[in-house]
Design a protein around this ligand. Sequence first.
Ligand SMILES: Cc1cc2nc3c(=O)[nH]c(=O)nc-3n(C[C@H](O)[C@H](O)[C@H](O)COP(=O)(O)O)c2cc1C
Length: 145
Amino acid sequence: MAESDQLIDELLEADVIVAGVPMYNFGPPAPFKAYIDNIVRVDKTFGFDRQRPNEPYWPLLAEQHKRLVILSARGDYGYNQGERMAASNHVEPSICTAFAYIGISHVFGSAIEYDEFVDHRLTHSIQQAEQAVGQIARDLSLLNS
Ligand SMILES: Cc1cc2nc3c(=O)[nH]c(=O)nc-3n(C[C@H](O)[C@H](O)[C@H](O)COP(=O)(O)O)c2cc1C
């Protein structure tokens, strides 16, 4: 419990959470899943009351307007929305589901692809991600100003 308490305290203090999460076998690496399992906690980040039939679960962090940034990397390509491998991408969707559950649903993100190919497409993807990260930083600074 002590580690979970510490991770939740850290989360409660943060305005922006930046998560570096590569794709491992179509989902987040196990340590990141363990992080989620430590911060999604009853009476800490979500409420639960079985006497409330219509809304037995509710988020506890929704009023705090926290932002989540997911920075990913993939060996293959085509995992973005509408692309050939999109249905196999369980990284961003699973993270967004868990964070929305505790009340963090304002999400930014970027992913590098083609890591396994090590050619001009990887170079281009890194350049695109660097530009996207710059834009995310600017968007976040405007939100916080
Ligand atoms: C165990 C493991 C599983 C992986 N599974 C996938 C995958 O399902 N799809 C994919 O596109 N890339 C996959 N990759 C490639 C990584 O996503 C990619 O190399 C990424 O840049 C690794 O980031 P890291 O160096 O921070 O671990 C996998 C890599 C590892 C080590």
